[in-house]
Design a protein around this ligand. Structure first.
Ligand SMILES: CC(=O)SCCNC(=O)CCNC(=O)[C@H](O)C(C)(C)COP(=O)(O)OP(=O)(O)OC[C@H]1O[C@@H](n2cnc3c(N)ncnc32)[C@H](O)[C@@H]1OP(=O)(O)O
Ligand SMILES: O=C([O-])CC(=O)C(=O)O
Length: 379
């Protein structure tokens, strides 16, 4: 934006990080920081987390309406039939370095699936819907296979008679946990599914705006989500909690971090300045899991950090703060936390990719040049 100064000069206002800039409309979700609310296609996320399966929420994000029983049945059949990872994909993943980050594995897998997809270059809405469903269905198989590989175990093939969440646990650990754990995990998947123009979704929309393909857009989104200022924070939270070790150490740990002007992972948000709408639901889920397992250590560290951060800075936790310890208690490896976020956000990303493709304009902002003034070569 160019504005005139009182002397008549023009001055460009830079919106660093696009903070506060509205770049397009979306019908997928609405974040209202003032009322601390988040709706997906009109439904409050807390209601969806309480009453709906993750599969129903995926359907809602893509189709704009919750499924009828018949629609859900057909949807589940298609999802369950698309869970298998091909032998060639699994053998490619097995060749990746053991010490690479699990997000690198997921990113590589999606890129490979694009190369292997016969309708990759078909941009029609029905082709994009098919691709979305197949990515949604196969991602848990990829994440579980990588988790097991790092534990020296062979992959477990998906079970087509199990629901999405239960099947994921079985593919990771060989058995399903107690319903308390399943419900908490499912709620985290619903809460993570969609959040308007966050950085990874925006990355996906930028790629889509060039008329590139869905797998390229999702690959870019995974790269954006990996960073610790975005989805990578759920892993950073758990490393910090392990570093803190005991609730009685938390205050001093926090003081040290703040005095060194370091960021506290899992706190703060670009849009919510007075708390993240999703945190109360996920904190309740974390509490249930902690009580069910009889392990309140991480919850107690959580409470000290939350109270001290609020008192010292006024900054509140974001969704990554409760999910980190919840996933740790569920026995997932820390490196799998952000890939699990991918399993959920694939629904929101693909809904946005389809929305962008349906009413496209190339995303290409402007910049203000701050380099050396023009000069001649050899002058
Ligand atoms: C699912 C998600 O992606 S949620 C986000 C997950 N990311 C994290 O948890 C990482 C930690 N948090 C952060 O880095 C930030 O809060 C962000 C990147 C999420 C949002 O940042 P922005 O809106 O750009 O705010 P910004 O970073 O400018 O912070 C504003 C002020 O609050 C401070 N602040 C913000 N978050 C934190 C934090 N987590 N710890 C300490 N201070 C913080 C900043 O230092 C800054 O202070 P200053 O004005 O004195 O310089
Ligand atoms: O909205 C954001 O900037 C980050 C976030 O919470 C999310 O993507 O879930």
């Amino acid at each position: 934006m160019t504005i005139a100064t009182p002397t008549g000069d023009t001055q460009t206002t830079i919106h660093k990080g696009l903070a506060g800039v509205v770049v397009d409309t979306t019908a997928v979700s609405k974040v209202v920081p003032e009322t601390n609310s988040l709706i997906y296609r009109g439904y409050p996320v807390q209601d969806l987390a309480a009453h709906c399966s993750f599969e129903e929420v995926a359907y809602l994000l893509w189709h704009g309406e919750l499924p009828t029983p018949l629609e859900l049945d057909a949807f589940l059949q298609r999802e369950r039939a698309s869970r298998r990872a091909s032998r060639s994909l699994l053998s490619l993943l097995a060749k990746l370095p053991d010490n690479c980050h699990p997000m690198d594995v997921v990113r590589t897998a999606i890129s490979y699936l694009g190369a292997d997809d016969p309708i990759e270059d078909d941009p029609t809405p029905s082709a994009n819907l098919d691709k979305s469903l197949r990515l949604f269905a196969v991602l848990p198989t990829i994440v579980a296979a990588d988790l097991r590989r790092r534990r020296g175990l062979d992959p477990i093939a998906p079970h087509s008679h199990l629901g999405y969440v239960e099947n994921f646990f079985v593919m990771c650990f060989g058995e399903a946990p107690d319903p308390v754990i399943l419900k908490a995990f499912e709620q985290s998947m619903v809460l993570y599914a969609e959040h308007s123009f966050n950085a990874s979704t925006f990355a996906a929309r930028v790629v889509t705006s060039t008329q590139s393909d869905m797998h390229s857009a999702v690959t870019a989104a995974i790269g954006a989500l990996k960073g610790s200022l975005h989805g990578g924070a759920n892993e950073a939270v758990m490393y910090d909690m392990i570093d803190i070790d005991r609730p009685e150490n938390a205050r001093e740990w926090l003081e040290g971090k703040l005095s060194r002007k370091e960021k506290i992972m899992g706190f703060g948000h670009r849009v919510y300045k007075n708390g993240d709408s999703r945190v109360p639901t996920m904190k309740a889920a974390l509490t249930k899991v902690s009580e069910h397992l009889g392990d309140r250590r991480w919850l107690e560290i959580y409470d000290v950090l939350e109270a001290e951060m609020s008192g010292r800075t006024g900054i509140k936790p974001n969704l990554d703060f409760p999910t980190g310890p919840a996933y740790h208690l569920m026995d997932f490896d820390i490196g799998s936390f952000t890939p699990i976020f991918v399993m959920s956000r694939i629904t929101g990303w693909t809904a946005h990719i389809m929305e962008q493709a349906a009413a496209n304009a190339l995303i290409r902002p402007l910049s203000e040049y701050s380099g050396t003034p023009q000069r001649a070569v050899g002058a």
